[in-house]
Design a protein around this ligand. Structure first.
Ligand code: AFD
Ligand code: MN
Ligand code: MN
Length: 410
């Protein structure tokens, strides 16, 4: 979107006409304040998938190059200063155990590039996890993952932003393969054993997923399970919502509202799901805008009291697309979705709701959530942030892709 200043000003004028100057100004301010983490794993060689190990040209070959790419993305967006890590991909020499000193070094490398480490993801997969991690029948396997989880808490507190996000691929492929209750109870007891030894002043978010890799059962399949486990551990434990992790048709914005109403800590792994858990780039679709409306209404996004805010991360990794373009596209889509949510004039909407004007309420809501062209709002916010108006096109024109392809001949 190489739009001129005139196009931006005209667009803002149109929105002010419809939504009022105060509302539009608040939307611009919100977009300037919204921060989201970049997933380190989206920048590496991981993810060749079914295309014969296809690796996109210029893929980062190690953590330093991932951090280089993340620093360049931050330069183009101004809102992605934090880089989410995976313990066994980013802090390990053998893919089995993570190393505190490697984490210290990576944190320093990040700081040297003007960015920071964000969420720490223990890796409950890779070698030795084929019978599960916390739910593995073999106690020494459980213990290895408990140790990793405790270390993740220490690394998160000492070198990152004090956030640990837990996703477990534990589950089963067939009915009868495992005892579902045994798996759940092992999960619970290993979570307690880990939690007791983790710093109490960090935030822990438990992610759920309806299926994959388990296609018959996943030990933590839905928000209710994450909620119950989090409740059982402590106030600093919450629920991580990953868009791709739901059955089709799930009303995700309603889950968000319930978590907020129940004062449960929360966070997002943003992506778009078309077929299943596809880890696609975020799209500025109506669902994403409705989710942001609940986050704005719940005051858990761009809240000036920062510890009231949920944790926001992108979680995507498409095998075929240019990964840096894909991440910039996601940031753009999230900013558009937030801007739309900010345009909903709640007082006026309440009048339609109180009068039981069903269609008028829906149309009024959708004028902000679907019909408004908020690109001028996001463009204005970027001008005020001093970053390119169109980060994707700025990347295309920057020559960075050519540079990394040349330097990173694998
Ligand atoms: C996979 C899982 C889950 C997890 C992510 C990073 O489905 O979303 O958060 O990997 O570990 O996408
Ligand atoms: Mn995720
Ligand atoms: Mn996922």
């Amino acid at each position: 979107m190489n739009k001129s200043e005139k196009w931006i000003e005209n667009g803002i004028e149109m929105l002010v006409e419809e939504f009022g100057e105060t509302t539009v100004k608040k939307a611009i301010e919100a977009v300037k304040r919204f921060q989201v983490e970049i997933p380190g794993w989206a920048l590496g060689t991981f993810g060749g998938g079914r295309f014969g190990g296809y690796i996109y040209p210029g893929a980062a070959r190690g953590i330093e190059e991932k951090l280089d790419d993340a620093a360049f993305i931050y330069k183009l967006t101004g809102v992605t200063k934090r880089f989410a890590t995976h313990m066994l991909w980013d802090f390990s020499n053998d893919g089995m155990v993570a190393d505190y000193e490697i984490a210290r070094k990576v944190a320093r490398e990040a700081k040297d590039r003007g960015i920071e480490l964000g969420a720490v993801n223990p890796s409950y997969f890779l070698k030795g996890s084929h019978m599960g991690s916390f739910t593995a029948p073999d106690v020494s396997t459980q213990e290895r993952y408990i140790e990793q989880t405790i270390l993740a808490g220490k690394i998160a507190k000492d070198f990152c932003n004090g956030l640990v996000t837990l996703w477990f691929p534990d589950g089963s492929m067939y009915p009868g393969q495992i005892e579902l209750q045994k798996a759940y109870e092992r999960m619970k007891s290993c979570l307690i054993k880990s939690y007791e030894k983790m710093p109490q002043d960090i935030t822990i978010l438990i992610e759920y997923k309806v299926f994959e890799p388990g296609t018959y059962s996943t030990t933590i399949p839905d928000w209710g399970t994450s909620f119950a486990l989090a409740k059982g551990l402590g106030k600093n434990v919450g629920v991580l919502v990953d868009l791709g992790h739901h059955h089709h048709g799930t009303n995700i914005e309603q889950i968000v509202m319930i978590l907020i109403s129940e004062n449960m800590k929360g966070g997002f792994h943003f992506n778009t799901r078309y077929a299943a858990d596809d880890d696609h780039s975020v799209e500025p679709n109506p669902e994403m805008a409705r989710i942001f409306y609940q986050l704005v209404r719940g005051d858990v996004v761009v809240n000036p009291v920062s510890n009231k805010n949920w944790a926001y991360m992108i979680d995507q990794c498409g095998g075929r697309e240019n990964r840096i373009q894909a991440l910039l596209h996601s940031v753009d889509s999230l900013q558009l979705s937030l801007a739309k949510a900010m345009l909903v004039q709640k007082e006026k909407l309440a009048c339609y709701q109180d009068a039981d004007e069903i269609i008028l309420a829906n149309r009024f809501f959708n004028d902000a959530i679907i019909n408004a062209d908020v690109r001028p709002v996001v463009a204005k916010a970027r001008i005020e942030l001093g970053v390119p108006v169109d980060p994707v096109m700025a990347f295309v024109e920057s020559g960075y892709q050519k540079k990394i392809e040349k330097e990173r001949q694998s």
